[in-house]
Design a protein around this ligand. Structure first.
Ligand code: SAM
Length: 483
């Protein structure tokens, strides 16, 4: 039986419920009256204290995704933009992945780290190598990392991960610092999640890959990741271990996208029902070419238009959840989808183990790479491009450092304090980037942008304080201000 508050994977991601949802969506995809009702329900509403959105159920959102009418698709895109604008404004948070080790005992058929791949050299960073990687990342201007690691209890035990996190946070090179470490490691125990919490991680990220159990088992034929229930219930264990912010994701291309979309939203509904807070982020990777991996063997690949529609529908269904897009996607594709609801992107990423230190920003090693990176620009180029396209690149990590995690972050959104909080924080951290790392052209563009955007801080007191912080960063060498 389908029960969103069940603790059993097969009950909260209920196969029959997904099939019924898909058939309901197919039957109603031309039901304009119902679609208009769904769009009205999802639209932002002004309240006494701010602005609120109700979001949509997986069934309602699946109807929007199924609808093929071009005019309605335009309305969907328009609403997604409106919601993004209401809660995230023009800010785009920047991060970079840091690959620790590609030793892995799993056999995920889409991943080059799979145990049987003899082509890929195996590598695990020492603490000294991590130091070098972090210095290289700090020298680019990064403040937020996502650590990535294969699953291998012998080579990459939890103590190794904890030691790496400790090393990363401890490095202060020039004005650099990594202020938030998000963690993307395999499903683990409550006890290990508690340890990650104590190590002060930001978000715990784990991609479901596919919600379709039968396909999941076929795509993960052996190794600990084969266990669908253990993997699917990982976020519940993470939350039980005290981690407030969890990040979901599907690897698009493996299964039918409409199935994955419904499963993803059911997972979000489950977290909300059981823990009182939905996912902090949703990632939407697509399968890429890699060592021993040919993406064309997966016959559920989606084109850019479908990808954009999925992003817009996720934005509408879960308005308070951040959405992440990586350098798996090209500049052109990122350009198309940023405004539809993306709140975080990676920049200047290396997906190889030890890919940053010792290489110039335009050189990239391929031997231990996890997948081909489509967007190969430097961080300065990405920051410049974002600002030229009307966005504010943000290096902010304030919420989690001020304890605004889980439902406390959602409340900030709901009472409309984002513009007095996230907006100035974005400007302050952008100023740090401009002063310490940017090229002269990026610096010029950024200074102009900050001056203009200062006017969009509603509270005069907050605006004044922001101005003061900006001056202290530029002229007094001070860093790390936040609201
Ligand atoms: N070992 C951890 C786990 O199993 O969740 C960490 C995962 S891995 C370093 C990060 C993610 O990369 C995977 O969850 C998967 O979705 C994605 N990935 C693997 N192979 C890929 C490929 N060929 N193209 C794009 N993404 C891929």
């Amino acid at each position: 039986m389908y029960r969103k508050d069940s603790m059993k994977a097969e009950e909260f991601i209920h196969h029959e419920e997904i099939l019924e949802t898909l058939s309901y969506a197919e039957q109603n995809k031309n039901n304009k009256e119902l679609i208009q009702k769904i769009l009205r329900k999802a639209a932002p509403q002004k309240t006494e204290t701010g602005i609120e959105c109700s979001g949509l159920s997986h069934r309602e959102a699946s109807v929007l995704l199924a609808c093929e009418d071009p005019d309605i698709t335009e309305e969907i895109f328009h609403l997604a933009k409106e919601i993004k604008e209401a809660f995230y404004g023009d800010r785009i948070v920047m991060f970079a992945p840091l690959y620790l080790s590609n030793y892995c005992v799993n056999q995920c058929v889409y991943c080059p780290y799979h145990l049987k791949n003899k082509e890929i050299p195996r590598k695990k960073l020492t603490q000294e190598e991590i130091r070098q990687e972090v210095i290289a990342l700090q020298d680019m201007g990064h403040k937020r990392l996502a650590i990535e690691c294969g699953e291998d209890p012998v080579n990459n035990p939890i103590d190794y991960i904890l030691e790496c996190i400790h090393t990363i946070y401890s490095i202060k090179h020039k004005n650099g610092a990594i202020r938030r470490v998000n963690v993307n490691i395999a499903a683990t125990t409550v006890e290990n999640y508690q340890k990650l919490k104590e190590a002060e991680i930001g978000t715990y990220i784990l991609f479901q890959e596919t919600y379709h159990k039968e396909s999941y088992e076929r795509l993960h034929p052996a190794g600990p990741k084969h266990d669908y229930a253990y993997h699917t219930e990982a976020m519940d264990r993470a939350m039980e271990g005290g981690i407030d912010d969890v990040g979901l994701g599907v690897l698009f291309g493996l299964e039918l996208y409409k199935y994955e979309f419904a499963g993803l939203l059911m997972h979000a509904e489950h977290l909300e029902a059981v823990h009182g807070v939905g996912p902090h982020t949703i990632s939407i990777p697509r399968v890429k070419k890699a060592s021993d991996i040919d993406p064309s063997v997966f016959d559920n690949g989606i084109d850019d238009d479908t990808f954009a529609k999925i992003i817009a529908c996720i934005r509408i269904a879960v308005p308070y959840t951040g959405m992440i897009i990586s350098t798996r996607e090209s500049e052109a594709c990122r350009n198309k989808v940023l405004g539809l609801g993306i709140s975080q992107i990676s920049g200047a990423s290396r997906t190889s183990v030890g890919g940053y230190a010792g290489y110039s920003e335009t050189e990239r090693p391929h031997d231990t790479e996890q997948f081909d990176v489509s967007d190969q620009r430097t961080l300065d180029e990405v920051v410049h491009w974002l600002m030229e396209s009307g966005y504010i690149p943000s290096f902010c990590t304030a919420c989690y450092r001020e304890g605004r995690t889980g439902d406390r972050f959602m409340s900030l959104c709901k009472v409309g304090q984002i513009q007095n909080c996230c907006h100035p924080n974005a400007l302050i951290t952008l100023q740090e980037y401009l002063t310490d790392y940017a090229s002269p052209q990026t610096q010029k563009l950024g200074e102009e942008l900050i001056l203009k955007e200062l006017q969009n801080i509603p509270s005069p007191g907050r605006r004044q304080k922001t101005l003061q912080y900006l001056e202290q960063i530029k002229h007094e060498g001070q860093r790390d201000f936040r609201f």
